[in-house]
Design a protein around this ligand. Structure first.
Ligand code: ADP
Ligand code: MG
Length: 578
């Protein structure tokens, strides 16, 4: 808790100068606001005693002083509004950057559990709420404090009884305001949740609109939507009700206080008699008084939202990546590519069931291995242990005889190229998509990699060739085309270890054969692990490893395994029949 508090204030550090200036300006603004009614009182008081030329001159001088005060008030006000806000925005920028960098570090298991929408909300909404608190918080406190005390002192010196009367009345107003303010914010928060529900449903339905249409479930979707929509409208109505009570009530209280000042002051009830100058000052000061009250009420909201935002922000930020570098981790200058699994067992974090049990494997440098097994047996999982997307639960994975947990993550992953079935292409052009494999690659290298991946021809047929934009605003690629770009990307990366996890599942037979021909070519002298979609493509592999429920079930060449008439032969028969 203590360290969190320290962390909370640490974001001010780079801007301490701006903060101090901001506070000074806030003070000047408050003092200027307090001086103005005093000047008015002075002038009115003088005027009531008559009007000689000397007196008039003094009034003019006072007028000029008041103008100067207004200029000062404005200049400082501008500083507070612009630089103060800018400070908030910069602090928000710092926090967003820190969080984004942290997102990059967190491991697969973290993302398995999280909703992307929430992580996005944290980096946008929560940091915004904190920035508001960072900027307005201190300012609101300073301004409210000075104005409140100032007004109290001024009023007390004019008329003690009337002041006490007003200040006795104020708590009632504050309690009322806080009550409806709280209701308003509960409603506001509820609104946010409700609109979140609507957004989620909207995204779901629109993304699946083709599904909706093909099952003609439009009416069903409309019913679901109507329910959420009605709930949102209902919570909005509640919010507006509280808002109306808040606004009108506070206004009524303020007016009542003004009326009380006029009536009590003018009628002089109970020794509260005021002359004209004092009455005017009283009225002006009472108006100033409402500002700190508004600010304090606003502050309770800022505080609540800022602190909740901060708690969520810290919850993510304090999450240690469960996979990271050990202190004594090494960076091998080059690797040969021997991969060993020693009695490896693995279950996903938070799961009871083991996916892999006592798997032992020894893959020689430069070997071409095919990994086979029924769907869900753990082939993908096995592969993701090599680059440490997850760490083993028991046993160890060795690269060139070194436990992968002893190798710097960055180095380890540099040596391994993975193409998965469901690869994601980040927004950008085709060339950029391929260059993702090695950021400093030249155009020639990109083209060469595309040719190897059997992607060059289709890329040239795109509207702008290698410079065609992909993603939401660009062209849509077919699954097979995307896979070929991903394959080109990993060819460009050119790592000593290659893992192909059903990387060609979306390709037609012809392109698949072409890609496998290139794969065989590039797999020369590098360790290659292939999980094949169609068993026919790996028939020529020197060694086929069949993964079963309790580790490696069989291994050997195609001919040997067929002769065994075991799991592999079964799988082959199944595929032949299809
Ligand atoms: P394969 O690639 O052989 O089809 P996988 O390795 O993808 O199989 O999955 C093996 C098992 O692990 C499956 O039962 C699957 O449900 C489970 N699994 C896969 N990924 C995760 C994950 N991120 N979290 C929890 N369980 C998972
Ligand atoms: Mg898989």
């Amino acid at each position: 808790m203590k360290s969190r508090r320290k962390k909370f204030f640490s974001y001010y550090k780079p801007y301490i100068g701006v903060l101090l200036m901001d506070m000074a300006c806030a003070m000047i603004v408050s003092v200027a606001a307090l001086l103005l009614p005093l000047c008015t009182r002075y002038i009115t008081g003088k005027l009531m005693t008559g009007s000689t030329p000397a007196l008039l001159e003094e009034v003019y001088r006072m007028g000029i002083f008041m103008l100067a005060l207004i200029v000062l008030h404005t200049v400082c006000g501008i500083f507070v509004d612009s630089n103060g806000h800018a400070m908030g925005a910069m602090m928000e920028g710092d926090m967003r950057e820190e969080l984004f960098a942290h997102y990059q570090k967190l491991s697969f298991s973290f993302y398995d559990e999280q909703k992307i929408g929430q992580l996005m909300a944290c980096i946008t909404n929560d940091t915004l709420a904190m920035a508001e608190l960072y900027h307005h918080g201190p300012e609101d406190i300073v301004i409210s404090f000075i104005k409140f005390i100032g007004v109290f002192v001024i009023l007390m010196r004019i008329n003690l009884r009337l002041t006490l009367l007003i200040f006795l009345f104020l708590p009632v107003m504050v309690v009322y305001a806080l009550f409806f303010n709280k209701k308003m914010h509960t409603a506001l928060r509820k609104n946010k949740d409700r609109i979140g529900d609507i957004n989620a449903q909207l995204e779901d339905t629109l993304s699946g609109i083709r599904e909706v249409a093909s099952y003609t479930n439009e009416a069903f979707e409309i019913r679901k939507f109507s329910f959420l929509n009605a709930r949102f409208v209902k919570s909005r109505k509640e919010g507006y009700r509280s808002e109306a009570f808040f606004d009108q009530g506070v206004y009524a209280f303020a007016q009542a206080i003004v009326v009380a000042v006029i009536v009590f002051g003018a009628a002089g009830i109970g020794g509260t008699s005021l002359n004209l100058a004092d009455l005017l000052t009283f009225l002006l000061c009472v108006n100033i008084l409402f500002d700190p009250i508004q600010r304090l009420i606003n502050f309770t909201k800022l505080y609540q939202e800022g602190i909740t935002g901060f708690a969520r922000f810290m919850d993510v930020l304090e999450k240690e990546p469960d996979i990271g570098d050990r202190e004594d981790a090494c960076t091998p200058a080059h690797v040969q590519g021997r991969i060993q699994f020693k009695d490896v067992s693995f279950r996903y974090p938070g799961q009871q069931q083991y996916v892999l049990r006592n798997v032992s494997l020894d893959i020689c440098p430069g070997e071409f291995i095919a990994l086979v097994g029924t769907s869900g047996v753990g082939k993908t999982t096995l592969c993701s242990l090599i680059p440490r997307f997850y760490d083993v639960s028991a046993g160890k994975v060795l690269l060139d005889g070194i436990d992968v947990r002893q190798i710097k993550l960055h180095a380890l992953r540099k040596y391994i190229g993975i193409v998965r079935q469901d690869m994601y292409l980040l927004n950008g052009t085709v060339a950029e998509a391929i260059r993702y494999g090695r950021l400093d690659a030249s155009r020639e290298e990109i083209v060469a990699a595309a040719k190897k991946a059997n992607a060059h021809d289709f890329i040239l047929s795109l509207p702008r060739g290698y410079d065609t934009e992909l993603g939401q605003r660009g062209v849509r690629l077919s699954g097979g085309q995307k896979q070929r770009l991903c394959i080109a990307r990993v060819f460009l990366k050119d790592p000593p270890i290659l893992i192909f996890d059903e990387a060609t599942s979306a390709l037609d037979n012809e392109s698949e054969t072409a890609v496998y021909d290139s794969l065989r070519e590039v797999s020369e002298n590098r360790t290659t692990l292939v999980i094949a979609h169609r068993l026919s493509t790996i028939r020529n592999a020197k060694r086929i490893i069949v993964l079963g429920d309790s580790g490696v079930a069989e291994q050997g060449t195609h001919a040997e395994l067929m002769a065994l008439r075991g799991v592999y032969a079964n799988l082959c028969d199944l595929q032949l029949r299809l």
